[in-house]
Design a protein around this ligand. Sequence first.
Ligand SMILES: Cc1cc2nc3c(=O)[nH]c(=O)nc-3n(C[C@H](O)[C@H](O)[C@H](O)COP(=O)(O)OP(=O)(O)OC[C@H]3O[C@@H](n4cnc5c(N)ncnc54)[C@H](O)[C@@H]3O)c2cc1C
Length: 411
Amino acid sequence: MSYDVIIVGAGASGLLAAITAARLGSSVLVIEQKEKAGKKILATGNGKCNFTNQYQNPQCYHSDDSAFAMKVLSCFDVQKTLQFFKELGIYPKAREGYYYPNSEQAASVLAVLLLECARLGITFRYKEKVREIRKPYFTVITEGEDKKRQSYSGHSLILAAGGCASPQLGSDGSGFTLAQGLGHSIIKPLPALVQLKSPDKSCKTVSGVRTQARLTAYSDMDKLAMEEGEIIFTDYGVSGIPVLQVSRFIAKALDQGKSTWLILDYLKDLSEADVTELLKERRKQNPAKTLEELLIGLLNHKLNYILIKAAKLDPTKSSAQVSEKELAAIASQLKHHKLMINGTNSFEQAQVCAGGVTTREINAESMESKLLPKLYFAGEVVDVDGTCGGYNLQWAWSSGYLAGISAARRQ
Ligand SMILES: Cc1cc2nc3c(=O)[nH]c(=O)nc-3n(C[C@H](O)[C@H](O)[C@H](O)COP(=O)(O)OP(=O)(O)OC[C@H]3O[C@@H](n4cnc5c(N)ncnc54)[C@H](O)[C@@H]3O)c2cc1C
């Protein structure tokens, strides 16, 4: 069968592209290797789907070409996204700028997209993996679970196959292989929005502890990023939103063979001098307490303990015998606790994939390949990854919309 537009991948970007192209009158085929569409959409926002964010700025999107994403996003911005979903039935609920469907069900977002696809007569082929794309104007070879091969032809092709993150939900990196087969270059894919591993044994001691902190990520002598929020210690290292946010920078630095670490500031509203004064005051009031007892009530007691150890002090030492220098050493740990990082968790645990098809080979006005006419890209397969907070879906919607509209207009 021949179609105007063939789309590889029924994720967020592929569905947006399909709807947009079909609304302009194109016949559209979507090929999906899983048994159903939008598996990843269902997992977003802990099942609630944080589908966009009111606050948009270039720092929210990362790529080798930082201007690329903003150009694409301006074609289908947050207002247009909210309007698009409102028309489909998604009444938005904003929480500090983070948008969710009022139903708080990611399933609602997927349902309205699929209802619109059905209304537009879009054809889906499930459980077929695209193995090969032959050019020109395009022959797509798929393989089913029974190893049976099928062939489809399309005037235009949109590659919306995602990256490598969470392969259990479908995106297994095969989009990169297909893009390479069509002559495109790939920026090395790395896990992003992912937990970090530390060789520091003390993480195990405090595993399960949650604490507020300001976190600064470093590699060699470079400051990579700073975030604030709840850190969660785990057996292998650290997790929590601020950790996920800095993880793509750490992943890149580790990949370049640099040494990386985090500095955790547990009392960000006080200066180091203020913390030293606070400790002196507590010692004055409680001279009979041990050093460990002196810190009770400041941070989680397990965390207090590892910070005393990190300052190379004895937790059982009497406060009265603790010198000013030793108190200053504890204050320093409370403000600048250093945690070496030696890895990230794998793609299985990552929410997104950094890297992908280089934007240098894609036209930001259309998402069309600069190398091969009528080939388009959308979503995470492209070298754009967003920070946590609705930005990755916004990228999928915007790039999917632009690819869909461009492919339909090029018929
Ligand atoms: C647990 C989790 C929570 C998240 N929460 C949020 C959130 O709240 N807000 C947010 O903005 N972002 C969130 N994200 C990120 C966001 O979901 C993704 O960035 C976005 O869904 C990517 O859409 P996509 O269409 O590019 O790719 P995908 O959704 O990965 O879709 C690609 C599709 O292509 C199919 N495919 C791949 N290769 C082939 C092939 N060869 N043949 C046929 N089909 C193929 C796959 O099976 C898949 O269905 C989250 C991600 C995860 C994993």
